[in-house]
Write a protein that binds this ligand. Structure first.
Ligand SMILES: *[C@@H]1O[C@H](CO)[C@@H](O)[C@H](O)[C@H]1NC(C)=O
Ligand SMILES: *[C@@H]1O[C@H](CO)[C@@H](O)[C@H](O)[C@H]1NC(C)=O
Ligand SMILES: [Zn+2]
Length: 341
């Protein structure tokens, strides 16, 4: 996105250029210091004429291929090929157990670049951070230097991807969770997050404005922590109280997350939001599933795998796959049906 010219410029033009750079620097620092900086927005042009999209969602994966990470990666490659995917969404906890140490951490190669090697996965990866990523060097994982090592990598705290029929709102959920602040067993890299109250209120305000402005047919919010989950970690109360009301108010269709190492689909009994957990990219099989409202619980798989999403006009199709790439569950929805119901 940043273009630069290596051509030599005559001295006057170069001085003029410097003046401009200086002005732009002042203007952009002013823009950032006003309380509500807009969230970074990326445009992802649909590659098909009908504007349809397909993508994979995986979470909680970076374990140097262990715990079947490599097997899941292989099947993602196969399904990615079948669906001719546009991109991959990562729901966080990208590098276990303590994120990345620095931008040269071999984990970036051993858990990402050298694992997701299939041709179909050589697409943009949009990633959020998980709580395990916060236990490492956050600046490293967010650094554009990683994109020089593998250009697929895009990870920011919170950002928006406009992909035509769908707009994706990626939200940094770890700072919402109170218990990490009092976690004596681990260090978290809160650089850029404190003061936390300001960080959260700015983020929620920015998100609200962005959701309000969105005219996309499908609004999808992605975070690491579940709003609703029957898994080991379960619901996240901070997200239920702070994030969920906004998702309801602005007609968000789907909330996608990881954190619980399972695959699950929970619907809502009082609104159209679908809760989709895809956090089964490596270590899974927790064996502890909470009782949940049977009316809302659609599907739960206590094991490894990933999810695919196809969006075409008003139609959505979700599928979950296990470690051998077998389809475990599919769900279809049509927005026209929703709105007349
Ligand atoms: C890996 O997947 C196989 C199924 O193919 C399963 O039997 C095995 O327990 C899994 N291994 C781990 C470490 O989860
Ligand atoms: C949403 O945007 C409209 C303008 O398009 C504005 O009038 C309205 O106040 C906004 N609502 C909120 C809650 O931000
Ligand atoms: Zn997590």
């Amino acid at each position: 996105m940043v273009s630069s010219s290596a051509m030599a410029k005559p001295p006057f033009a170069s001085r003029l250029h410097l003046v401009w750079v200086f002005c732009i620097a002042i203007i952009s620092s002013l823009a950032v210091s006003t309380s509500f900086a807009e969230l970074q927005r990326l445009e992802h042009a649909a590659k098909r004429d009908d504007g349809s999209l397909s993508f994979l969602v995986v979470g909680d994966w970076g374990r140097r291929g262990l715990y079947n990470q490599s097997k899941v990666a292989l099947q993602m490659g196969r399904i990615g090929e079948q669906l001719d995917i546009d991109f991959v969404v990562s729901t966080g906890d990208n590098f276990y157990g303590h994120g990345l140490k620095n931008v040269n951490d071999p984990a970036f190669l051993e858990s990402f670049k050298n694992i997701y090697t299939a041709k179909s996965l050589q697409k943009q990866w949009y990633s959020v951070l998980g709580n395990h990523d916060y236990r490492g060097n956050i600046e490293a994982q967010l650094s554009p230097a990683l994109r020089k090592i593998d250009s697929r990598w895009f990870c920011q705290r919170s950002f928006i991807v406009n992909a035509g029929i769908a707009e994706f709102f990626f939200v940094d959920t770890t700072p919402f969770v109170n218990k990490y602040l009092v976690d004596k067993d681990h260090n978290y890299d809160w650089r850029g997050v404190s003061p936390r109250a300001t960080y959260l209120s700015d983020l929620l305000q920015d998100l609200k404005q962005a959701l309000n402005k969105s005219s996309a047919k499908w609004k999808i919010v992605v975070g690491h922590h579940a709003i609703r989950s029957a898994g080991h970690h379960g619901d996240t109360p901070e997200l239920i109280s702070l994030l969920l009301p906004m998702l309801k108010a602005y007609n968000v269709d789907m909330y996608m997350n990881g954190h619980d190492h399972c695959l699950e689909h929970i619907s809502s009994v009082d609104n159209p939001i679908q809760y989709l957990t895809s956090g089964a990219g490596s270590k899974a099989w927790r064996g502890d599933i909470k009782r949940y409202n049977n009316r809302a619980m659609k599907f739960y798989h206590d094991g490894q795998g990933f999810m695919s999403v196809k969006l075409a006009g008003s139609d959505a199709e979700i599928a979950f796959y296990d470690v051998l790439g077998r389809v475990l569950y599919t769900w279809k929805a049509s927005k026209q049906l929703h709105s007349t119901m």
